[in-house]
Ligand binder design. Sequence first.
Ligand code: SF4
Ligand code: SF4
Length: 244
Amino acid sequence: MTRLPSSAVTDPVKARYAQYAQKSHAWIENYQAKGGKVYCGAGCFRCCDMPIRVSLAEALIVAQALSERERHKVADHAHKVQANARSAPDDESYVQRHRREISFCPLLDRQTGSCTQYEARPTRCRDTFSAFPAEFCAEGTWEAMSRREREQYRRDVARTAGTDGELHFIAPLEHLSEPIWAAASKAMRAGWRLEAWGDFWTLTTLAADQKFMTHIAAGDGKKAWQRAKVLGLAHPMTLEIEEF
Ligand code: SF4
Ligand code: SF4
């Protein structure tokens, strides 16, 4: 069993997850009472093929919840993410190829459409809510739209309360998660004297690696990066480590 560091870094993030659940629930009730619609619900998963950025603190919470079999599946996914990061010509291609070719998160149960790590899932999986039906979240929908359909989409988004006016996701529910990011940042600095951010599956795999986490716990970002390199998981698009 891989040794994982103390809960000093993960507990503050978990506490903010709980606060977010309460605040977002209250916000949604108020939004719906005023006629707003939230299309997310159990079994809806079309957004689970998006790249996800996390802190190492969030990734550690997930790594601690995984079985060995799940860790292997996440590690396989992380290596596909690395291959994409190494070969994608730009950020847009990186995202498109992630959705089309790497596809769904290995923690998704495709039979039921549910997240197998719902309690441990990272912030981005908690604060993504849609004011439009799931087909608008699906990979390829935007690309398949005609010019007229795209104009209609833009008009519909612009007149939908809760969006940022450009995309159909609910912006205030994303803003409500900012205290989670802040808590993760603070806890990593206090516990490890560094911050590490990056791709969800890459960081989750690294969080389960004893040598990587020993360097992190010692505040040695350079050795942690070297360890990630040995594991084939060091790329600037998917791993950022900054010492303080
Ligand atoms: S963001 Fe879209 S795909 Fe994801 S749960 Fe909500 S409606 Fe479904
Ligand atoms: S962790 Fe869960 S909610 Fe997040 S992308 Fe994976 S399956 Fe979806």
